[in-house]
Design a protein around this ligand. Sequence first.
Ligand code: AMP
Length: 298
Amino acid sequence: MLGWSYSVDTPYLRLSHAMRTTSDPSQLHAWASVQKDAGQTIAIVPTMGFLHEGHLSLIRLACARGDKVVASIFVNPTQFGPNEDLERYPRDLEGDLNKLRSAGVDVAFVPEPESMYPDGFDTYIEPSTLGSDLCGATRPGHFRGVCTVVALLLRMSQADLLVLGEKDYQQLTIVRRMIRDLWLGVEVIAGPTVREPDGLAMSSRNKYLSQTERAWALAIPRALDRVATQFAQGDRSVSRLMHTASGTLDEVPLDVEYIRIVDAESLRPLTTINGPALIAIAARSGSTRLIDNRLLDL
Ligand code: AMP
């Protein structure tokens, strides 16, 4: 277990900023109580670690909006299915803590599964309709794990603000709804998807890709770009836009899990676009599952 640890940054980077690191939920909660008593607002950025610029962009949003910033690094076992990559999920705790420290995070929360889900843990939060399609269709129980861990993190950190990425758009929609439905009283701030210069959405899982698989994966942002262009030119037909997307993905040997054009709020499938819509894609390049999306707004 990590206790409180203090470290001093390189002086020319951030004078006197000391990030605390803890794995203990009670310690995080006690720290948060002190902050709340002092009238500070707390922003939290949940992550599974192996941090990249996408995560850091969310940390910057949190620093801009919250007085105090908590970042969690937790590869949450309850959101992984039995045949998924829980065991081999990439990890680099030391590198991550350095990045969080330089970004100005106040507390890095790095819990162990046993302290998040102690013996006898018995209560889960499960979305209904919003979790049934898209990633929910192929990853049963995934959003149940996500909702449960986010609720735990919000309570442990006593956060006022929750910063999430649009990269995981279904997750963002489901968590927003959970907060509203359960009166959790937390404001959700969404950060735009950060991409590599060639358009690939940043993801910790990109590390798994070989050079060839990475080149194939570029068909995903290419498909989204082509659909966005066609939409901007006035095409509102979902079947035609889908045809463009699937044609683009077919140019490379990706294993497409889904391509959907849905209402951006309800996530229900559409036939014609009359309001804010989303195109979402999930596909495997080699054995690596990638997701990406693009808003199609009138
Ligand atoms: P993860 O560590 O993959 O669970 O992601 C933690 C948070 O970072 C989630 O809110 C993600 O939506 C967000 N995120 C992941 N990749 C990106 C990206 N490329 N751009 C912006 N946010 C991202």
